[in-house]
Write a protein that binds this ligand. Structure first.
Ligand code: BES
Ligand code: MN
Ligand code: ZN
Length: 509
């Protein structure tokens, strides 16, 4: 889809579909009144009849019967003034694209309201429209060729193509392939998207200046004593892999970031077997790893000045004849021992390897992404990821990055008092706590492996996978995390004094 910027007025623009963002209750603004005059009152009648009030997400499609340069008009509600964030612009554009498809248009135009800075909204608008075009239909025999929107125009009178507008659009465009890659990796069936496959895909997509991929097989994994990964893999017929993706910027790196992603390609629960219903979507369990592959695949093009290393332990979790058993004990490379009482709490077991390994390299910060607990889904639902951190400025920074990127993060506490619950009578800790506070218990277990490195844990069990078709993403993997990570790379690069100046960090976007 091509993007054009046009210096044009509302009444002049020639397009199949003219998308007009409208603030809540402002259905009688200057722009609408102007259009209404040209349409001889038809538009205001229609607004009244349909009770369109421009609440966020609402929309009204109106044919112009040849009275306007545009054949159709789409009013899109943006919600209340002051509450309109970047995501509202993404959703508005996604709605525009959807309705353009509905009417069989080949292009559409979006009006940029004069009270908005084009530098701030052009990127999100393009991003929303692009994200909306994702499909995963390679396994359908009768897939309809998807509607082909060739171009989108952003216009308003006096619009200038400044460097800022260009950068904003380029950045949004660059981001999308990483999100789509993460979605693809999750959507691929679990017997295709195996540990070996993930390693191959990482190698295939993480290429280019400064980027390299190392995929460790069983031997190397044994040599490196990645005991958690080996333990979880014991019930499987597939070999495990440990993927390491490394990005080194051209100049001197300002900071060193480590990313650790859960790569369980299918989670049956192991001997602590899940119910069939809970297993239906368990191919999603490598979404954390997929987000890291997706985000890191973009690094040569984005070229931030941070050094980034991604660690992805990957295997499926199955109850084969030599599967680990409840009661087994794992001894980790940092000396810690973990009594496995529930083999379905496997994510923390493999992440522990990644965290311990990454911590040894003393990065400036570590971020892990994992579809870790059902408890987090119960707490925060499917739109919001849980965030835990041992360093508040890092947490604050990630929340802000998420907000700007269109991904919601909500902080949950690392409650010291609950550590009592993960003590084992026979080893250092157990892999489960009591029956409540499951998301926190899991985070506390991870924390045992991070030492004093600034660390954040994103529990993306809810938002990694969407059970229903959405505007910007069809049912399936969402690619959650990719956009926050990219935003973070660019913020972190600019944070001059890590740990203290995060809050004041200037962002490019
Ligand atoms: N992969 C699951 C968590 C999950 C649940 C992700 C639902 C996405 C949607 C994880 O490995 C798991 O099974 N967690 C258990 C932990 C429990 C045994 C302590 C859970 O949440 O039930
Ligand atoms: Mn599990
Ligand atoms: Zn799992």
């Amino acid at each position: 889809m091509e993007v054009f910027l046009k210096d044009q007025s509302l009444s002049r623009i020639k397009t199949d579909l003219l998308v007009l963002p409208v603030k809540e209750h402002e259905t009688r603004g200057t722009d609408i009144r102007l259009l209404d005059r040209i349409l001889r009152g038809k538009l205001s009648q229609r607004i009244q009849k349909s009770k369109f009030a421009a609440s966020e997400g609402s929309f009204l499609l109106h044919g112009t019967s040849g009275m306007l340069g545009a054949t159709h008009l789409l009013l899109v509600g943006m919600g209340k003034e002051g509450e309109i964030g970047t995501d509202a612009w993404r959703k508005m554009a996604a709605r525009g694209k959807r309705e353009a498809e509905v009417i069989g248009a080949e292009e559409f135009g979006v009006y940029l309201p004069p009270d908005q800075q084009p530098e701030a909204i052009a990127g999100p608008i393009v991003e929303g429209a692009l994200l909306a075009s994702y499909r995963f239909d390679k396994y359908r025999s009768n897939s309809k060729p998807s509607a082909n929107i060739r171009s989108m125009s952003l216009f308003r009178p006096g619009l200038k193509t400044t460097a800022g507008v260009k950068r904003s659009i380029e950045r949004a465009t660059a981001l999308v392939p990483g999100v789509f890659l993460a979605r693809d990796l999750v959507n691929e069936p679990p017997s295709v998207s195996t540990a070996r496959y993930l390693g191959e895909q990482a190698k295939r997509h993480c290429r280019g200046a400064g980027l390299s991929v190392d995929v460790w097989g069983v031997k190397k994994i044994q040599e490196m004593r990645l005991a958690g990964l080996l333990a979880v893999n014991r019930g499987s017929a597939e070999e495990p892999r440990f993927i390491i993706i490394h990005y080194k910027p051209k100049g001197k790196a300002s900071k060193k970031v480590a990313l650790i992603g859960k790569g369980i390609t299918f989670d049956s629960g192991g001997l602590s077997l899940k119910q069939p219903k809970s297993m239906e979507t368990m191919k999603l369990d490598m979404a954390g790893g997929a987000a890291i592959i997706g985000a890191m695949s973009l690094l040569p093009e984005l070229a931030p000045e941070v050094e980034v290393t991604g660690y992805i332990p990957t295997t499926d979790n199955l109850p084969g004849g030599s599967a680990q058993k409840p009661g087994d004990i794992i001894r980790y490379l940092n000396g810690k021992t973990v009594e496995v009482l529930n083999t379905d709490a496997e994510g923390r077991l493999i992440l522990a390897d990644g965290l311990a390994l990454a911590a040894k390299t003393r990065p400036d910060c570590m971020i892990n992404l994992a579809t870790l607990t059902g408890a987090c889904v119960i707490a925060l639902g499917n739109e919001v990821a849980g965030l835990f951190s041992n360093q508040q400025p890092l947490a604050d920074s990630l929340i802000r990055c998420g907000r700007e990127a269109g991904e919601k993060l909500w902080q949950l506490p690392l409650v010291k008092e609950y550590r009592e619950e993960i003590k084992s009578s026979i080893a250092d800790i157990k892999n489960i706590g009591g029956s409540s506070g499951g998301a926190i218990m899991a985070a506390l277990i991870l924390q045992e492996f991070v030492g004093d490195v600034p660390w954040a844990h994103l529990d993306i069990a809810g938002p990694a996978f969407s059970e229903k078709d959405g505007l910007m993403c069809p049912r399936g993997g969402t690619g959650f995390g990719v956009r926050t990570l990219v935003q973070f790379f660019q913020t972190f690069e600019e944070a001059s004094d890590h740990g203290r100046n995060y809050a004041g960090a200037r962002r490019k976007f």
